[in-house]
Design a protein around this ligand. Sequence first.
Ligand SMILES: Nc1ncnc2c1ncn2[C@@H]1O[C@H](COP(=O)(O)OP(=O)(O)OP(=O)(O)O)[C@@H](O)[C@H]1O
Ligand SMILES: [Mg+2]
Length: 258
Amino acid sequence: MTLNLSDYLIVLSSPRSIASESFRSLRTNIQAAMGDGLKSIAVVSSWGGEGKSMVCANLAAAFAQLFFEVVLVDCDLRRPTLSRLFGYDKHRGLAENLYEGGSVEDLIVQTDVRNLSFLPSGKVQGNPADILAGNRLGAALSELASKDKFVVVDTSPLSACSDALMIGTHVGGAVMVVNPERWRGDVEIRLKASLVNHNINVLGVILNGVDANEGSYGYGYGYGYGYGYGYGQGYGQGYGQKPAKKSWSIFPWSKKSK
Ligand SMILES: Nc1ncnc2c1ncn2[C@@H]1O[C@H](COP(=O)(O)OP(=O)(O)OP(=O)(O)O)[C@@H](O)[C@H]1O
Ligand SMILES: [Mg+2]
């Protein structure tokens, strides 16, 4: 499938859409949740295809619109969608930094979007978990954040590997994307608990693909679901951890609705 940057960056291509509005509101909520500690955030989810990369790119672009200097980091070393999307899938990037050390700043590229730069995934030899587990990942992410940049990190699905757990321990917070159509319940709750058990600050759950066109169903479902997940089931399961504090809905969009 050919990837198209403007299809992805809905906040730029269609700023008045309902989806863009939800990204702006997500941005505000993240700012409020993290205050001055707002330095880096990872976007995680249980399954592939739930919309992590899409949320990541749009969230990064939404922050860039506030004149934050934002670096989008493609830490999905298994399926580097964003590197392909931005046209840097053959470039050196995070992987090379993790192998070789040195400054990660040199590997950042500018994008066409104002205030938004990008760190490609680079080329992995062997298992991504091995390089993510080393101590260079933390150094790389904190180097970026220390340059007054807000760092937004894309990850691989939690059900497939523990990469996102390793990444999550090096960022200020994580948001978990959930697609209601993929929801199984037991798996998502367990994976969210494992984030919390790794001391990852789970800021909230993003319900991706809740259909705004279905009127009260869309809203009712989104709210009930998010509430049930964050406060009801998550808490009720007795993990002894704080549940996700918030849920936000990102509506699906299509070219027609732009
Ligand atoms: N709210 C939405 N409205 C319309 N299309 C969406 C929405 N969310 C995601 N998509 C589309 O769904 C597909 C999967 O999204 P994306 O690549 O962001 O998922 P992912 O979680 O990063 O998957 P992977 O784990 O495989 O990297 C993409 O084509 C994306 O454009
Ligand atoms: Mg992805």
